[in-house]
Ligand binder design. Structure first.
Ligand SMILES: Nc1ncnc2c1ncn2[C@@H]1O[C@H](COP(=O)(O)OP(=O)(O)O)[C@@H](O)[C@H]1O
Ligand SMILES: [Mg+2]
Length: 294
């Protein structure tokens, strides 16, 4: 199990498992691992927020426990719930005439508990990486419950008592910014803003994911992507799209990105009808693409 002692440890460690961190990413990850504070990672879709948690789990040698958030997510799906079926079966199996007290003692034991991700992370004997992904999709009530959990690292179950963390997880919360999170949550977390990377950084990432793509094509690709991002689009292409595009061009055996290649493949990086129109209109001069040589 890795135990980083410096920022450069974390930087090298993340690289060794296939994640190329920016400066502040390595810094905040180091602090998270050492201070035991949760990290709130915000930024547009597809810039490596989820992947950072996965990479940290690989690098630190800790199991990844993931809670995918969605609208309407509640404690029963995030924390724990009672296994009603099993409880019912037990009640039926008890001899008639067993008093309620005895039955109750029986059916509210750990055996009848269904642990959900948050409880798993807290109760784990080995320290884990806990990813609470897309927290902005839940409501404020859920956030409040989470706050309590993140400050005390314990869960109270009325029928059973308190379950305290045996180990301290590294916690990452991600948000795509679809709503503003509460100040109370932000106060308890370290903060990492992940934006679209610099051209140089993105080139490194693309080359990592598509090493066989000719260097000149990869360089042109990240340059074009950067220009496309400058257009006023509903959904600018993210790193995920850059990687997809690189892989597609590799498969197609492309040795130069000219206007024709761009038009034929631009739906890989731009996925809204209106955005496609905007991009198609600017494909020539604005994106720096030469028409195909005759
Ligand atoms: N710094 C990075 N190093 C390596 N791969 C990255 C990096 N950032 C993003 N990626 C890749 O980009 C893709 C999208 O990342 P993801 O974590 O799913 O984005 P998000 O969770 O922010 O929407 C993944 O395939 C991931 O491997
Ligand atoms: Mg994600």
């Amino acid at each position: 199990m890795a135990d980083p002692t410096s920022i450069s440890d974390v930087d090298a460690g993340l690289r060794s498992v296939g994640y190329l961190p920016g400066e502040s990413t390595a810094l905040v990850s180091f602090l998270a691992a050492r201070l035991g504070k949760p990290v709130l990672v915000e930024g547009p879709a597809g810039v490596g927020k989820t992947e950072l948690a996965k990479a940290l789990s690989r690098y630190l040698g800790r199991k990844l426990v993931r809670l995918q958030c969605y609208e309407g997510l509640d404690e029963a799906k995030a924390l724990y719930e009672w296994n009603y079926r099993k409880q019912l079966l037990r009640i039926q199996a008890e001899a008639a005439g067993t008093g309620w007290d005895a039955v109750q003692d029986d059916i509210f034991g750990e055996e009848f508990l269904l642990a959900r991700p948050l409880m798993d992370a807290i109760a784990s004997a080995e320290p884990v990486v806990l990813l609470i992904d897309e927290i902005d999709k839940t409501d404020q009530e859920f956030e409040a419950m989470l706050l309590e959990l993140l400050s005390d690292f314990q869960i109270s179950i009325p029928e059973l008592g308190r379950i305290e963390a045996r180990t301290h997880p590294v916690v990452l919360l991600t948000s795509n910014n679809s709503r503003e999170l509460t100040e109370a949550l932000k106060r308890r977390c370290l903060y990492l803003w992940l934006d679209y990377p610099s051209v140089q950084h993105e080139l490194e990432i693309v080359r990592l994911h598509a090493p066989e793509l000719p260097a000149a094509v990869a360089a042109k690709l990240v340059e074009v992507i950067a220009r496309v991002r400058e257009l006023d689009l509903k959904k600018p292409p993210s790193i995920a799209e850059s990687i997809d595009w690189a892989r597609a061009l590799l498969l197609l055996g492309t040795d130069e990105i000219d206007e024709d290649v761009f038009r034929a493949t631009m739906s890989i990086i731009v996925k809204h009808r209106t955005d496609l129109d905007v991009v198609a209109e600017r494909a020539g001069v604005r994106l720096g693409l030469s028409p195909r040589a005759a």
